[in-house]
Design a protein around this ligand. Structure first.
Ligand SMILES: [Zn+2]
Length: 119
């Protein structure tokens, strides 16, 4: 994992879906620059639409994941959050969370530390 900052998985996927929408519009905009070459413009617009449709799919996927996520109260900021899998981060304060005591501080220890140092 090359991630430097560790974010809540749900937030991460949400950011990904949101950026897909922007990428989609970006691609369509590029397509408009090729107005004179009709087939090229069409390809860009279709690609852009695919990206936007895909982001909608990702949004649905987040919805499904959310129902499977375990709701917990964050021990650090005491707000309710949801976690996916055995390890995740709090949506509010990015406190790392784990359901498995043996994994505590292991899986994303490095990224978590480097993030603290950056601040
Ligand atoms: Zn928290």
């Amino acid at each position: 994992m090359a991630d430097i900052t560790y974010k809540s998985k749900i937030n991460k996927i949400r950011t990904f879906a949101l950026s897909l929408i922007f990428i989609g519009f970006g691609i369509m905009y590029v397509g408009l620059l090729f107005k004179k070459i009709e087939w090229l413009m069409l390809i860009f617009i279709i690609l852009g639409m695919i990206a936007i449709v895909f982001s909608t799919v990702v949004y649905f996927w987040i919805g499904m994941l959310s129902t499977r996520a375990v709701p917990i109260i964050c021990p650090s900021c005491e707000k309710p959050t949801k976690m996916l899998g055995r390890v995740d981060a709090c949506m509010h304060c990015k406190q790392t969370l784990t359901l498995d005591k043996s994994l505590e501080g292991k899986e994303f220890d490095e990224s978590y530390n480097s993030k603290k140092q950056n601040k």
